[in-house]
Every structure is written in structure tokens, then in C-alpha cells.
Design a protein around this ligand. Structure first.
Ligand code: ZN
Length: 142
């Protein structure tokens, strides 16, 4: 088994064998962020990652004024790290970037959406924390 990480510098995807860490990007040699921590992205960045990702992409559509969204954040951070390299966890601030949220019909936040092989597979509104969130993310992780 291996994990996949996208290079923050050149956006190339890199496969990293299980049990190995401290890898560098095969294309540009930048050290890879293998933490799995959720990454804030724009609509354009989301488009590019959905199109290129070899692993499922799970997106938290949120906004800073949304209390339930803020309650989810530390849980999502922990769960994303648990599945580093097996699911790419992104955060889209819908106040700043509303195009993808509108395109998939997000009507309330937080909404969790999952793309795999470039296509939207799932979306669901409502906050999730703890074991419920862990189980949801684990279900999509490769
Ligand atoms: Zn690179």
C-alpha cells in the first residue's frame, strides 16, 4: 500500500510507501507535507485537485461566521491526519469561493462533499464530529 501527497510547490502527485516519511517531491524536490492536515483552497485550486487527485477528495464547505463549522474544524483536522495520503481533505470558505458550492447545490453549511476519479460522488449537509466524522472519512479513504 502507498499513500499519495500533492506537492505544495509544483502540484505534482507523489506516491509514498507506507512506513516511509520525510519524502521529497519527485519532480521539484520540495519536502512533501505528509501531515494530511486540511488545506484551505480556492474554487480554481479545488477544480485542479479534483481533476488530478489519485485519491478521493473530501471537501468541507464552511464559512468563518458559521458556529457549527467552527465546531467541526478541530475534529476534521484530527480525522484528516488519521487518513493522511488516503483521502485529500480540503476546506472551501464559501464566503470567498462560492462557485463550486453553487455548482453542486450546497444549500447550507457545513456541507461535506466527496469527489473520486474526477466526479462528485456524494454530498451531505450538517455538522459531524467525533466518531461519526471519523467513520464518514474512513468510508471514503482508499
Ligand atoms: Zn513538487
Amino acid at each position: 500500500m502507498s499513500r499519495a501527497f500533492v506537492c505544495a510547490s509544483c502540484n505534482a502527485w507523489n506516491r509514498v510507501p507506507d512506513g516511509r516519511s520525510g519524502g521529497k517531491c519527485g519532480r521539484c524536490k520540495t519536502p512533501l507535507d505528509e501531515s494530511g492536515a486540511p488545506k484551505p483552497v480556492s474554487d480554481a485550486e479545488l477544480d485542479a485537485l479534483v481533476a488530478s487527485s489519485p485519491i478521493p477528495v473530501l471537501v468541507d464547505f464552511w464559512a468563518p461566521w458559521c458556529g457549527p463549522c467552527r465546531a467541526v474544524a478541530p475534529h476534521l483536522d484530527r480525522v484528516a491526519r488519521n487518513h493522511a495520503g488516503r483521502v485529500l481533505v480540503l476546506k472551501v470558505d464559501t464566503d470567498q469561493h462560492s462557485r463550486n458550492a453553487a455548482a453542486i447545490g450546497v444549500s447550507g453549511i457545513p456541507t461535506f462533499a466527496v469527489w473520486r476519479d474526477g466526479a462528485l460522488r456524494h454530498s451531505q449537509p450538517g455538522a459531524m464530529i467525533g466518531q461519526q466524522l471519523e467513520s464518514f472519512v474512513a468510508m471514503w479513504a482508499t
